[in-house]
Design a binder for this molecule. Structure first.
Ligand SMILES: [Zn+2]
Length: 330
């Protein structure tokens, strides 16, 4: 990204306690900004996409109003922000995001909320992205690695940062984030500090319980190979000692025939019975691969968008059920 050279220093001293008074002062910087004014009495917090929205609502409770930049059902990585969304960043008290997931959000935060953001990736140990997101241990000299620089290639999140950003798929890391968010909100809004801390503790406990369920459920499995269409499960694999074999980094990109052949070889060698597809992306590639290796397919939700029913916790439990069946766990 070349945006660093054009980084703007915000002229206003908005600070963490910006409220309605500051609102009037900033509406001059974009037409239509008034449309996205925070509603209700709660302080406005902006979440970049669903898992962070869920966390902010859990920890913030009725003390904050959460706005989400990514609408339900939208694949978040290639999100483009409307002028209204960008204007909203000028007014929000805190932007919760993960640098590397959404280039448009990263840039907008840098330009419009440089003094009021929390990059969740700074709170937990990150896992290094495999070479342009490819499966570790796979052979060198792969032409797909150069793919990212070709004109017309959509800017993928994995090309912006050196780590894999899908950290919310490890509930133990996400528990740490819950606790830190509670501290951060308490510091920004001392009048409601105890509420933030209590809800953060409760949320962290729920996430820790979920972590325990996953650890127990995935402890004894016949297969440890997680063959996925969108390589989003490195944190889950890391935490529960599975082995992710991703077909493609970019959920929208067509993998090369060479890459498909490689993954097919691994899948056959490791007697994989299930190729995982995901909720927001066409299952076509996974289906072709499954047929090639004589496997079935199942949906594993990377929870990048709000589940059709339930929430983050129930979607993770559904993922556990799917994994136990697919990997023959006892
Ligand atoms: Zn992703």
């Amino acid at each position: 990204m070349m945006s660093d050279s054009s980084r703007r220093i915000p002229l206003r001293a908005t600070g963490l306690l910006a409220g309605f008074a500051a609102l009037a002062a900033v509406t001059g910087c974009g037409a239509g900004a008034a449309d996205s004014a925070p509603q209700g009495g709660g302080a406005g917090v902006t979440a970049a996409f669903y898992p962070l929205e869920w966390l902010a609502q859990r920890v913030g409770g009725s003390d904050i109003t959460v706005t989400t930049l990514t609408k339900p059902g939208v694949e978040p990585h290639d999100l483009e922000l409307t002028p209204q969304s960008v204007a909203g960043l000028e007014q929000t008290r805190l932007v919760l995001y993960i640098k590397g997931v959404q280039p448009a959000v990263d840039e907008a935060v840098e330009q419009h909320a440089a003094d009021r953001n929390l990059d969740v990736a700074t709170l937990v140990p990150t896992i290094e992205a495999t070479e342009e997101g490819h499966e570790e241990g796979h052979e060198e000299g792969h032409e797909e690695a150069e793919h990212a620089d070709e004109p017309g290639h959509e800017p993928g999140h994995e090309h912006e940062v050196s780590y894999d950003p899908h950290l919310w798929l490890d509930p133990s890391r996400f528990a740490t984030v819950a606790t830190e968010l509670g501290e951060r909100l308490a510091a920004a809004d001392p009048a409601h500090a105890q509420g933030y801390k209590d809800r953060a503790a409760k949320t962290a406990a729920e996430l820790t319980a979920l972590d325990g369920e996953l650890a127990r459920g995935l402890a004894n499995c016949r297969s440890k190979s997680l063959v996925t269409s969108h390589q989003a499960f490195a944190y889950l694999a890391d935490r529960y000692k599975l082995h992710q074999v991703g077909i493609s980094v970019d959920p929208d990109a067509e993998p090369s025939p060479a890459r498909l052949a490689e993954v097919a070889e691994v899948a056959k060698r490791e007697k994989v019975t299930t190729i995982f597809t995901e909720t927001l992306v066409s299952p076509k590639v996974a289906e072709v691969l499954a047929e090639e290796v004589g496997a079935g397919t199942a949906v594993l939700d990377p929870i990048e968008s709000k589940p059709a029913t339930g929430d983050y916790l129930s979607a993770m439990r559904q993922n556990l059920t799917t994994l136990k069946a697919a990997l023959s766990c006892t």
